[in-house]
Design a protein around this ligand. Sequence first.
Ligand code: B12
Length: 212
Amino acid sequence: MSKKLVEAMADLDEDLVLEEVKALVGQKVPAMDIIASLQEGMGIVGKRFEEKEYFLSELIMSAEIFNEASKLLGDGTGGAGNAGTSKYGTFVMGTIYDDIHDIGKNIVTTVMSSNGFNVVDLGVDVPTAKYVEAIKQYKPKVIGISCLLTTAFDNIKECIQTLEKEGLRKDIKILIGGGPVDEATCKYVGADHVCKNAQETVEYSKKYMGIN
Ligand code: B12
């Protein structure tokens, strides 16, 4: 973890963030480690927002800085999937309805894609019907639901209950993730597993699909 990068991200010092990311890339620090520092900094931004030290404009700025920094990491973050060209099973991913946060979702989809999964990215604010449709169409082995808002936990729950009612739950694993999501959330919404980052998502999915 780069303390300098965490602090620069938390302080929304764009020049310093970009400078530090470039330096870390130059030192061959893995993209995932750089993302972990940026994510930690975003967590502090969130806390400052909660404490009313930061406002919505700062949240928006943090997302812009994160996206600029991600561009320096090449294939490590951002962007959509590669449906149809992969060697492993299909992973369908979206951010649950009423929630438009997509930075973490994009990192997970890109990392899954670059690890050989066939990724179908449904975008943000995804209604249950879209998950239902995608599962019927793409027959994924694993689906991911991203959620950054505690107020949207009930939406995940509703979505999973609907998948069960429609008989679509049997052969798939449902992963959830996003800042405030934890084991208790996983139990509450009825998901199979919670992942804290993209690498964990890759490892869990490979294990489930029997890939070494
Ligand atoms: C940036 C940001 C925004 C940006 C989002 C831009 C974008 N394009 O995504 C903007 C400005 C739009 C925004 C808006 C809002 N936000 Co906001 N936002 C954040 C902030 C600061 C960072 C989120 C982020 O991108 N983190 C970095 C990424 C990399 O981390 P991540 O998402 O957790 O993803 C990683 C893992 O969790 C995991 N992962 C993520 N998803 C998934 C899914 C699966 C399946 C798996 C396996 C893994 C996985 O892998 C990722 C990579 O490691 C957080 C603070 C925080 N602590 O998270 C608040 C935060 C989430 N926001 C919050 C709030 C309140 C809002 C608003 C309601 C504010 C408002 N008053 O309008 C709106 C809601 C809009 C909506 N309807 O969705 C609150 C939520 C509080 C709560 N209890 O629910 C937070 C926690 C801030 C706070 N502490 O108060 N926000």
